[in-house]
Design a protein around this ligand. Structure first.
Ligand code: ADP
Length: 169
């Protein structure tokens, strides 16, 4: 059983075996969590990302997939980058958001990470409604067959924290 914990705060201040980044396909940085992770983690993360773009992810990391790099100066061994779907009013992209959480846990298992910190993927610039994003996150972690012992959701603001708190009940 994976324990789920909620924390309100900045994910770059969290300590865990692996910290998940809500990245974009380019893997070369962006705003929100992505920008914060690269700023605080330092240039080693971007260097690894560039290597991934030069090798197996020449066209970028597809939406719903996950890949690991060093965590640089963060209090973690790895950053797991995953690309969330952009919210759509006309198309149901839930399966892609589910895939982000599932693939991130699979990657954590491959690495041997036992504690993993997640942000609320897609709920920022990608506009996914927070209650639905929280529901998908919690359901997917609960349903996962993983050796990860503790998942910590690090929620930036009180609204996101409360949405995850409701989803957990
Ligand atoms: P996406 O493009 O997947 O929507 P964002 O980084 O824009 O990714 O936002 C994802 C979520 O992370 C949002 O709920 C946002 O408020 C939150 N967030 C932004 N910065 C941080 C941070 N430093 N730590 C934790 N969560 C953050």
């Amino acid at each position: 059983m994976t324990t789920i914990t909620l924390v309100q705060g900045d994910i770059t201040r969290q300590s865990a075996d692996a910290i998940v980044n809500a990245a974009n396909s380019s893997l070369l940085g962006g705003g929100g969590v992505d920008g914060a992770i690269h700023r605080r983690g330092g240039p080693a993360i971007l260097e690894d990302c560039r290597k991934l773009r030069a090798s197996q992810y020449g066209r970028g990391l597809p939406t719903g997939r996950a890949v690991a790099t060093t965590a640089g100066e963060l209090n973690a061994r790895w950053v797991i980058h995953t690309v969330g779907p952009v919210w759509s009013d006309t198309e149901d992209r839930s399966e892609l958001l589910t895939s982000c959480y599932r693939e991130s846990l699979l990657t954590a298992d491959e690495l041997g990470a036992r504690t993993v910190a997640f942000p609320a993927i897609s709920t920022g610039v990608y506009r996914w409604p927070i209650d639905d994003g929280a529901r998908i996150a919690v359901e997917t972690i609960r349903a996962a067959d993983t050796a990860v012992e503790e998942v910590t959701f690090v929620l930036f603001d009180q609204q996101a924290y409360e949405a995850f708190d409701r989803a957990l009940r």
